[in-house]
Design a protein around this ligand. Structure first.
Ligand SMILES: [Fe+2]
Ligand SMILES: [Fe+2]
Length: 454
């Protein structure tokens, strides 16, 4: 069987690219499709340059250039666009292949690089690094300025699992034969909320946050975090598939249930505010917006809403129900606690380095809005209590955890006097294992000690 090197999962192809290491007895010249494409493209460019300069007056160089640079490598309509903008290039419009732009640009970039003489650079001074707005070398990991970020990365790799490691057979039986309707309502909506949220969390860290970091040790952990968010999404999908829930219905709930949609909209608004292409973290307003957004995502979205979001399923687990799903969520929760801690630490570092002073009204608004959304969500989730868990428990636990996150952020407690309504939650989430099956995974992966939760 011969692999298709462009797509190893595709059906094997009959046209074989020679690979010398696979046939050492023959003298073979390795010619790849890419090399052929590039050679043909370069030849075509040279032909077109000649033809264009023959067909148009020398003074029309701007138009000739625009033909070269406005053409799109992937745009099948690029020829018709040229016909629409110039009355006389009918003949030439079919002579410039889509590969023109790719070859032309790559050749120009290579030439630009070759024209610069190599100059050895000064060694990196780690003290010059900054979390954002730094001018250091983003490609050089060490020496570290933020060794704690590297430690986060090392520790994150100790919490490795896949959803396939956990036996879900009993959950299928529990869901269909043991759960009461109100418990199924809780279970389904916890999954519906979490799966939409984790996609959003992945986009936030991967698209809005990571690109703004200017110290590679921070990006390394965030790259792991992006993967973990994707892994969490896989986990929810695995639960939804295994239980046999209607995928379309579950994934659409955030679009039709206002109490779920409200939380997603709040997060989307924060995300969109810092994904603007014109955001400039050297400007105080933009910088404050970014700090507030990262504080929201790490302290509330991950630190409160996710943390609190798992607890209804843990309440079922305590009664011996949906234990497979709960164990999946324990692994996710462990990741999320690290995401929360890391994000809060980065936020504090930025505030210190950039001398950021947040408006207390913005902070108060953030907590109040988050609480109102959580109250609405909990009323939808638990219109009637399930055994061992009520809407009031959920709300009070949110306030209690919010105080914990605020202290970590160096902020005042937003809800003084809030009680620990679920005193079993921290211990539950700390993954004490009672089953032999799970001990196996722990022995293999959990080489680190128990995480601290505060
Ligand atoms: Fe996640
Ligand atoms: Fe996360």
């Amino acid at each position: 069987m011969t692999l298709n090197w462009d797509d190893p999962l595709a059906t094997p192809i009959s046209r074989v690219q020679s690979r010398p290491e696979l046939d050492r007895n023959k003298s073979v010249t390795l010619i790849t499709d890419e090399a052929v494409d590039q050679r043909e493209a370069v030849e075509q460019v040279e032909k077109n340059k000649t033809k264009l300069s023959l067909e148009y007056p020398a003074s029309d160089t701007h138009f000739v250039q625009s033909l070269t640079f406005e053409d799109s490598a992937n745009d099948p309509d690029s020829g018709s666009q040229r016909r629409a903008t110039h009355p006389t290039q009918e003949a030439s419009s079919t002579q410039t292949p889509p590969a023109t732009l790719r070859a032309s640009l790559s050749a120009r970039r290579r030439e630009e690089g070759e024209q610069k003489p190599f100059t050895p650079m000064k060694p990196i001074n780690s003290e010059d690094k900054r979390v954002i707005n730094g001018l250091g070398d983003i490609n050089q990991l060490a020496p570290f300025k933020y060794p704690w970020a590297w430690e986060f990365f090392i520790n994150a790799n100790k919490n490795h699992w896949t959803p396939l490691d956990i036996n879900m057979a009993q959950d299928v039986h529990d869901y269909h034969h043991k759960l009461k309707p109100e418990e199924r309502h809780v279970y389904e909506n916890v999954l519906a909320y979490l799966t939409t949220s984790d996609i959003l969390a992945m986009r936030n860290i991967g698209l809005a946050v990571m690109e703004k970091m200017t110290a590679p040790e921070l990006q390394i952990y965030q790259a792991r975090q992006v993967y973990e968010e994707a892994l969490h999404t896989w986990t929810y999908q695995h639960c939804i598939e295994t239980i046999g829930l209607d995928q379309s219905e579950i994934y659409n709930r955030y679009r039709v249930v206002p109490e779920i949609n409200q939380k997603i909209q709040i997060a989307n608004r924060r995300l969109n505010a810092v994904m603007r292409s014109d955001i400039d973290l050297r400007q105080p307003d933009d910088l404050q917006e970014f700090v507030l957004s990262y504080a929201f995502f790490s302290g509330i979205f991950e630190g409160c809403w996710f943390y609190n979001g798992f607890s209804p399923v843990f309440a079922l687990q305590r009664r011996g129900l949906m234990k497979g799903t709960a164990e999946q969520l324990q692994y996710i929760m462990r990741d999320e606690v690290m995401h929360c801690s890391f994000g809060i630490r980065v936020v504090r570092q930025i505030m210190q380095e950039e001398n950021v002073q947040l408006d207390p009204r913005d902070i108060r608004d953030m907590w109040d809005e988050a609480e109102a959304a959580e109250v609405a969500y909990s009323k939808f989730l638990l219109p009637t209590p399930i055994l061992g868990y009520s809407q009031q428990d959920h709300h009070e636990q949110f306030r209690f955890i919010a105080n914990r996150r605020a202290r970590s952020l160096g902020m005042e407690e937003p809800f003084p006097g809030a009680k620990n309504a679920l005193p079993w939650l921290d211990e539950q989430s700390n993954m004490r294992k009672e089953k032999n099956f799970f001990e196996t995974r722990v022995t293999e992966y959990q080489t680190g000690g128990a995480l601290k939760w505060e």
